[in-house]
Design a protein around this ligand. Structure first.
Ligand code: CP
Length: 358
């Protein structure tokens, strides 16, 4: 999709084979681009043939990089006066959120608007779910209205995979139980790469409730595939040693876990998924594992702090840290829009408006 052309470093231009993005990418040289300096080897050709985005586990590093590179072009679109492109004109997207969400739902909806799609917002509370209609019947009814894409959040792990098997529409997983949250991991990877200029070789600590976290699982898959070294830390009841099989290091010593990393990604306690008490009290958790000003002083000076949200101030993160200059929390939200535009664009076949018309 993106290719380098032209001479030396500062004169290098990016060429884009996507008509609706070409104008915006053409002007990206190293004087105007983000701190990330692309080299020829970091510009993979478009590597995406998937109809669905269900998880990160099944993606290759090249596919992940294709999403990140496409998102970079969409971020440039979002920085100009007219932020809309016609890539999904005539397509219908259903936002099927059966579990609460603020960031993911709003970000997907804005991404769909920016891509000129028609949008249906499905709210479980106001639907015939309440009358006993099954997920499959609900989804088939939405498809009968010619839905092309279903963006789904559900409390059951595997629910989007099930829909992808029974429907003709493209399915994008917006978080399924404790399993995966692929677009969160992609926006996290995008943010890390934009800020640090690379992912390979970085030390990343994920601190908190790992056991019940879909964000943790998707991040572990994405970061290890892209060559980062991932450390997991939290109470032993919430960070079972079995996670080492995913290629991570596990430690229960928070001081050690925060000393070396380039990135510290904090996770909240997922009370809604815990079936029993996993630690004595919230205040004990905050004291033992919360990231506060004193602990920040033990981190590397250039270590950056991430959190997928929603944050619980005073539990896993103190306000000083959440609102501090090393916090990327709101940047993650901004980048989520570009990443979700990229994902929708790619699962649509990577086609511009001429493809939609065809
Ligand atoms: N990060 C995230 O998934 O937030 P929401 O639950 O608000 O969508």
């Amino acid at each position: 999709m993106l290719e380098q052309s032209g001479g030396g470093a500062l004169g290098t231009k990016l060429r884009c084979s996507i008509p609706c993005l070409r104008l915006h990418v053409l002007s990206l040289d190293q004087s105007t681009a983000s701190p990330l300096n692309y080299s020829a080897t970091q510009l993979p050709r478009m590597n995406w043939n998937r109809k669905h985005l269900l998880d990160i586990e099944s993606l290759t590093a090249e596919e992940i990089l294709t999403v990140l590179d496409t998102a970079r072009a969409f971020k440039a679109v979002g920085e100009r006066a007219i932020k809309k492109v016609p890539a999904l004109r005539g397509k219908t997207v259903v936002n099927l959120f059966v579990e609460p969400s603020t960031r993911t739902r709003i970000s997907f909806e804005l991404a769909e608007q920016r891509l000129s799609a028609d949008i249906i917002n499905f709210t479980a509370e106001a639907s015939s779910f309440k009358k006993g209609e099954t997920l499959k019947d609900t989804a088939r009814n939405l498809e009968a209205l010619n839905a092309d894409f279903i963006i789904m959040r559900h409390s059951a792990s595997g629910a989007p995979h099930f829909l992808a098997r029974v429907l003709a529409a493209s399915v994008i997983n917006a978080g399924d139980g404790a399993h995966e949250h692929p677009t969160q991991a992609l926006l996290d990877a995008f943010t890390i790469r934009e800020r640090k200029g690379k992912i390979e070789g970085l030390n990343v600590t994920i601190l908190g409730d790992i056991l019940y976290s879909r964000v943790a699982r998707s991040n572990i898959w994405a970061l290890t595939k892209l060559g980062a070294k991932v450390t997991l830390c939290g109470p032993s009841t919430l960070v079972p040693g079995v996670f080492e099989k995913m290629g991570c290091r596990v430690t229960y010593n928070v001081e050690e876990a925060i000393r070396e990393p380039d990135i510290i990604n904090l996770l909240r306690i997922q009370h809604e998924r815990q079936r029993k008490t996993m630690f004595p009290s919230i205040s004990e958790y905050a004291g033992l594992f919360g990231l506060n000003r004193a602990r920040m002083e033990q981190t590397k000076p250039d270590a950056l702090i991430m959190h997928p949200g929603p944050i619980n101030r005073g539990v896993e993160i103190e306000s000083d840290v959440a609102d501090g200059r090393r916090s990327l929390i709101l940047e993650q939200v901004t980048n989520g829009l570009a990443v979700r535009m990229a994902v929708l664009f790619l699962v649509n076949g990577g086609k511009g408006p001429q493809g939609v018309a065809a």
